[in-house]
Design a binder for this molecule. Structure first.
Ligand code: ADP
Ligand code: ZN
Ligand code: ZN
Length: 817
């Protein structure tokens, strides 16, 4: 009798045992995928972890369906890593496996596949009759469940055939979003067809007699086109004619010019050779040397460098030395979609060695990167990816760079495993004998603490590259401006003036407001009623452009009300404001300028984000308004002014990190100003101009912020002085959630006494019709984390054995911040 233990991609605690033949026993290696039956009728893709001869005692082992791989798809190292992650973050191995493997590796009977072609292309040869049969089975339908395919063909062994079809691009998994690497869209100008004839051309010039600047633009166009017939970039024309985008737009509006877009593929236009890395300046060279030296003693080094100090160039040099040694390098980014600028910068240096790994890429691309890493291919020596890239099958990792290490998107919230990718990267590096470089202009408190107590090495870059000055920060007291009637909508006169000056100089402006939509609350002036989401415990946000009230938690929306739902009054008032309102006010204030908005409402579509960034880069947008998306390391050359509309709502969020986060956000967004010669300006509007965080930000005093916040963490017992595990209970029934959370709270207090906070309803205590209650476990540094977790799991087991609580969902979140 031969057996194999497998991990199933479902949240069960234990591995399952299946029976196999002797031949299978000698063929199967840990890390290979096996299709196995589970439950009544389901087929899952599982992962073999051990073959043995011990018959399971409590159940009869079923036979496996099929072996799906000829060689393992993960290394033994990954399995170890998964085990660590499951234990540390209190998740199951199945959950980790689901997070780790690309979707295409995990076909199961419930997977939905989609047909991508109507007819089978002639140049594709399908060896298998059954592949043809599957394609025919679609018969006018576009999607099929794999279980349906099994029925149609009357056999269960269909996964490999479907895999072949996916590989050939004939079918796809339904949940896949098909967006390959986003090409950069660049705007070009040409003469409209109707103006191409000579007489029309003269007519146009005559017409423009009274618009000399526009006339000059047109003439410049002619002279440039006389020299070369290449498509002409709008930006280039503007620069040559020293014209503004408004002047160009006027010519487009008159029908003389047309704009068109061309894709500029960022990878292909560069030659096959890597660009030479830049020579570092003295400060950068010294930093690089110190980093290298620190790796003699430390596994982790923090590079704390102010915005635009040239951290990226330091990373590039360091990466190069590891690649030259033949090591693999992982470069982690908080969000790939928001960092196309950085991706293309690195691509310039490492064309032939770099692969990008991203959950939004196609199955095919992801599997390809996976296999290239597994097989240590040259082109996958440097991997750029968001947190899921941690799971790639590295075996020769030398260095991990965690860029913008303070970013909260490194934390995975849902589903489990709820891991912190920066912390998990350190463990990965440790297991692989690699080094870690954390980089940020505003390190997280925890990281800076680790550096200051000597756990991590610390290297600093205090000057911007090229000795460009840090921007000049000014705090504007908007209470005072209101009193003096020096406010226009949400803009102080100071800010309006500064914007006007920047625009006059042909410079660009970034404005930050940490809320999207028009206004977060609509309130009746007569009775005070504010429309709420029926599914969640929040008021609906007004989106003016769409004429809707929307819930930002569940997507519920209704048409904007004409009168109050409670009393019928037509006097409705908006409270608070979001980016949409700021944009609207700007259009009134600066009607002759182009205004763009960047938030999750405007960047949703295909290329949405890319288009806005490119338009801004190309000078088509003069003022860009946005949410925290703006803070993500963007490098614009022509921005000299950054305005923060309201710093207070960030500061007032009920979270122990609210102050730290506000400092980071403001510092990062102001770091977008003045990255070239001219010194940048930052205006911060606030009702609390004396708030210590704003004071610290305004003089770029990270250290002062750090010491003060650390002191508070010490007094109130928060990380880094203790660890946190958050337990969230969820249920649709209010009475049940009350009872369940009180029971759980008491049971935990019996073990941990005053280390337990709660149960407490979170600020948004009902989401999608489920009530939430939080319990926080504070674990002192000297207390064993392992024992604590064991005790928590024990309480959970008892809890789940109580009949009336069985339907209550429990979410465990280790290091929940
Ligand atoms: P950070 O990542 O610290 O914000 P960047 O790496 O984006 O800073 O550098 C800011 C700007 O300075 C970039 O445009 C970059 O190209 C330029 N720069 C930095 N270091 C060098 C160097 N050694 N040589 C030439 N340009 C540099
Ligand atoms: Zn009312
Ligand atoms: Zn809702």
């Amino acid at each position: 009798m031969y057996f194999v233990d497998v991990i199933l991609p479902i949240p069960v605690e234990k591995a399952f045992t299946y029976s196999i033949s002797e031949a299978e026993y000698s063929f199967i290696k840990p890390g290979m995928r096996l299709a196995v039956p589970f439950g009544k009728n389901k087929i899952y893709t599982s992962l073999a972890i051990r073959v043995h001869q011990e018959e399971p005692r409590i159940y009869e082992a079923k036979e496996i369906e099929q072996i799906l791989d000829e060689t393992p798809v993960i290394n033994p190292e990954q399995l170890n890593y998964w085990k660590w992650m499951a234990t540390y973050y209190m998740a199951t191995l199945g959950e980790v496996m689901r997070a780790a493997l690309p979707g295409a590796f995990l076909l199961e009977s419930e997977t939905i596949i989609k047909r991508l072609v109507q007819t089978i292309p002639e140049d594709i040869e399908l060896e298998d009759e059954e592949a043809l049969a599957i394609l025919q089975a679609f018969e006018g339908r576009t999607v099929l469940r794999i279980s349906e395919v099994m029925q149609l063909l009357d056999r269960k062994k269909v996964l490999p055939i479907i895999n072949t079809l996916i590989d050939k691009g004939l079918v796809a998994l339904d949940q896949e979003i098909y967006e390959a690497y986003r090409p950069k869209l660049v705007k070009y100008v040409r003469l409209a067809d109707s103006y191409k004839a000579e007489d029309k051309m003269h007519e146009a010039l005559d017409e423009l007699d009274r618009a000399p600047k526009q006339r000059e633009l047109l003439l410049t166009y002619f002279s440039l086109q006389a020299r070369s017939k290449k498509p002409l970039k709008a930006k280039e024309l503007q620069a040559q004619a020293q014209a503004s985008s408004a002047q160009l737009k006027a010519l487009v509006d008159k029908g003389i010019f047309e704009l068109f877009e061309l894709r500029q593929d960022r990878i292909s236009y560069k030659g096959s050779d890597d660009t030479q890395v830049k020579n570092l300046n003295d400060a950068q060279s010294a930093a690089l040397a110190t980093i290298n030296a620190s790796f003699e003693q430390h596994e982790v080094c923090l590079l704390h460098g102010v915005t635009a100090s040239g951290k990226t160039e330091v990373y590039v040099n360091l990466i190069k030395s590891y690649l030259d040694e033949g090591k693999q390098v992982l470069y982690l980014l908080p969000e790939i979609a928001l960092t196309t600028q950085l991706v293309s910068r690195l691509q310039e240096y490492f064309v032939n060695k770099l692969s990008v790994y991203h959950s939004k890429y196609t199955v095919h691309e992801r599997v390809e990167v996976w296999n290239n890493v597994l097989n240590k291919q040259d082109k996958a020596q440097l991997i750029l990816g968001a947190r899921s890239a941690l799971f790639l099958p590295f075996s020769n990792l030398g260095l991990v760079v965690v860029d913008e290490e303070h970013e909260n998107s490194y934390k995975q919230y849902d589903p489990a495993p709820r891991y912190q990718a920066r912390d998990a990267a350190i463990v990965l590096a440790y297991q692989q004998g690699a080094k870690v470089l954390l980089g940020s202009a505003t390190p997280s408190l925890e990281t800076y603490y680790n550096a200051s107590v000597g756990k991590y090495a610390l290297v600093e870059l205090k000057q911007r590259y090229g000795n460009i000055l840090m921007p000049e920060n000014t705090i504007i007291d908007i209470q005072d401006r209101h009193r003096k009637k020096k406010m226009n909508g949400h803009f102080s006169e100071d800010l309006i003036l500064a914007i006007r000056e920047a625009l006059q100089e042909g410079e660009q402006v970034i404005l930050f407001q940490n809320r999207r939509g028009y206004s977060p609350v609509l309130e009746c002036k007569t009775c005070g009623h504010a429309p709420q989401c029926p599914n969640c415990d929040v008021s609906l946000t007004y989106h003016k452009h769409r004429g809707q009230l929307r819930c930002h938690y569940c997507g519920y929306h209704i048409a904007m009300l004409e009168k109050c739902m409670a009393c019928g009054s037509i006097e409705l008032d908006t409270k608070g404001f979001g980016t949409e309102q700021v944009e609207g006010e700007l259009r009134q204030l600066f009607p002759d300028h182009n205004i763009g908005r960047m938030d999750s409402d405007t960047t949703r579509g295909k290329f949405g984000f890319e288009k806005i960034i490119t338009a801004f880069e190309q000078g088509e947008i003069d003022i860009l308004v946005g949410t925290q998306m703006l803070t993500k390391g963007l490098d614009f050359r022509n921005v000299t002014l950054v305005g923060i509309l309201n710093a207070d709502n960030m500061l007032n969020i009920p979270d122990f990190r609210a102050h730290e986060r506000s400092f980071q956000l403001i510092q990062q967004v102001s770091g977008r100003a003045g990255r070239t010669q001219k010194r940048g300006k930052v205006l911060i509007q606030s009702y609390n101009p004396h708030h210590q965080i704003l004071q610290q930000v305004s003089v770029n005093d990270y250290e002062a912020m750090y010491h003060e916040q650390l002191e508070e963490r010490h007094i109130y017992k928060y990380p880094p002085f203790c660890r946190l595990i958050k337990i969230t209970l969820k249920h649709r029934d209010f009475q049940k959630i009350e009872e369940a959370s009180v029971w759980m709270g008491q049971a935990l207090k019996n073990v941990f006494q005053e280390q337990i906070l709660g149960p407490e309803p979170p600020p948004i205590s009902r989401i999608r019709n489920e009530y939430h209650r939080n319990i926080l476990v504070k674990i002192p540094r000297k207390q064993s984390l392992e024992k604590t977790k064991k005790a928590i799991l024990k309480v959970r087991t008892t809890f789940s054995s109580i009949a009336q609580f069985r339907s209550v969902k429990i979410v465990l979140n280790v290091d929940n911040y």
